[in-house]
Design a protein around this ligand. Structure first.
Ligand code: NAD
Length: 426
């Protein structure tokens, strides 16, 4: 596997693109360096002991607007990771055309090893330690891996307490705009926004490639927030979702001629909720035909002879070890960084169309912008209004990346970087 750091990998890719298209290397170098990286200690009493966690926030660029990006809770969170992810955020907000910059942060911890009370204390302490650099016009965090609206609600509550103590004169609704992905005062439609945006892109791509949804098979890796909504909305749009998986493995169904039978996604979801994993959920929705239903590993899912692969779980899953076995002709990167640069190069050369993460999953940050605006303007948007706006933003972003790829005779990843850099380095 490609062992380079997340940040270095992206930096080198972008500098290469800069050279190829004669972009100013000085301006690029300046943009690539994060504006500020903050590392804080978070000491917490766990029983009789005090344990110190490390928290991070990388504010990458605010050229296009306030810093914007998620906060993750994971043992692997470190300075390099947040730097790399914050750079991707700067590009993503530019591609989807919302007036935000890029940021990312998190705390290095294993949330499964902590109680809810302890997680709340850690979340509040993190906000106390980074309070000075946050604000609706400064830096606007959101949920990410292992964080959710409940955690964000603790954080915004702590932030507002500190802002009031500090004598900040902003209205309450404006202060709410300091975080997005909230439970209270959040946005209707935010939960499905990333999957929804990905399916808008899928439909636009299908039109360009002349793919008829009813004859197009999809395999979706990851059945969490992004993967589930993507699978559900894609099947509602008429695509054949024939494989889904979670961390324990995946499921497919085939008839006696080995032809894939599309899965009934709402029933599969119900089954997953009941059992806790997808194991055996091909039985959902009728008499369980154990001859047709089959459990597969995540590696097997990636090698299925489907038309489109949707990696929607982890980074680096398509890499130099398995790239030769990929049979899909299209990959839509719904996770962040699921195809390594080497695999991207190899597959693109073979003619595989890869929709890059900074376009495919940008529906999440686009919805965050609508939530931020709703708070600033003290309005409450209805879900159908939110999804209509989101659709428009996604179609526009897709068109601009697609047209750039055609005019520059390049792939969609390079085109999306060019679209972003044109706005950032103007
Ligand atoms: P999630 O935690 O809700 O779901 C993750 C899913 O991946 C779960 O079904 C889990 O079982 C599965 N999974 C874990 N390990 C796996 C493995 N080894 N093989 C296959 N599946 C595995 O997370 P999410 O919010 O759906 O995010 C998924 C990806 O999308 C991440 O890369 C995230 O950064 C990216 N993303 C999410 C959003 C968002 O709005 N949630 C926005 C942009 C990008």
């Amino acid at each position: 596997m490609d062992q380079q750091s997340v940040y270095q990998k992206s930096r080198e890719e972008i500098l290469e693109i800069g050279k190829k298209y004669n972009l100013s290397q000085n301006a690029l170098e300046e943009f690539l360096e994060p504006d500020r990286i903050v590392e804080v200690k978070i000491p917490i009493k766990l029983g009789s002991e005090t344990v110190t966690f490390r928290g991070y926030r990388s504010q990458h660029s605010n050229i296009l607007g306030p810093y914007k990006g998620g906060l993750r809770f994971h043992p692997k969170v470190n300075e390099d990771e947040v730097m790399g992810l914050s750079l991707w955020m700067s590009l993503k907000t530019a591609v989807v055309g919302v007036p935000f910059g890029g940021a990312k942060g998190g705390i290095s911890l294993d949330p499964k090893a902590l109680s809810e009370k302890q997680l709340e204390e850690i979340s509040r302490e993190y906000v106390r330690r980074v309070y000075d650099i946050l604000g609706p016009q400064k830096d606007v965090p959101a949920p990410d891996v292992n964080t959710n609206p409940k955690i964000i609600d603790w954080m915004i509550d702590e932030y507002i307490k500190l802002a009031r103590k500090d004598g900040i004169k902003k209205s309450l609704n404006e202060l709410y705009a300091t975080f997005t992905g909230k439970g209270k005062n959040g946005l209707s439609g935010r939960t499905e926004a990333t999957g929804f945006g990905g399916v808008v892109v899928l439909k636009e791509l299908a039109k360009k490639l002349n793919l008829d949804p009813k004859n197009t098979t999809l395999a979706v890796m990851g059945f969490g927030n992004v993967g589930y909504y993507f699978a559900d909305l894609a099947s509602k749009a008429g695509f054949k979702v024939v494989a889904v998986s979670d961390s324990k493995g995946g499921i497919i169904k085939r008839d006696s001629k080995k032809t894939f039978i599309p899965l009934d996604i709402p029933l599969v979801y119900e089954c997953k909720m009941e059992k806790g994993s997808l194991n055996g959920c091909y039985c959902a929705g009728g008499v369980c035909d154990t001859r047709g239903g089959q459990l597969i590993t995540n590696e097997e899912l990636l090698m299925l002879p489907v038309d489109i692969l949707i990696p929607a779980a982890l980074e680096d899953v398509i890499n130099e070890n398995n790239m030769q076995n990929i049979k899909a002709k299209v990959i839509v990167e719904m996770a962040n960084g699921p195809v390594t640069p080497k695999a991207h190069h190899y597959l693109s050369e073979k003619g595989v169309v890869i929709v890059p993460d900074i376009l495919a999953n940008s529906g999440g940050v686009a919805a965050s912008f609508i939530e931020w605006e709703q708070n600033i303007q003290n309005k409450t948007y209805k879900k159908d209004v939110v999804l209509k706006r989101l659709e428009k933003l996604m179609v526009k972003a897709f068109e601009s990346v697609w047209n750039t790829a055609k005019s520059k005779k390049t792939n969609l990843k390079e085109a999306s970087y060019l679209v972003a850099l044109k706005k950032i380095l103007k």
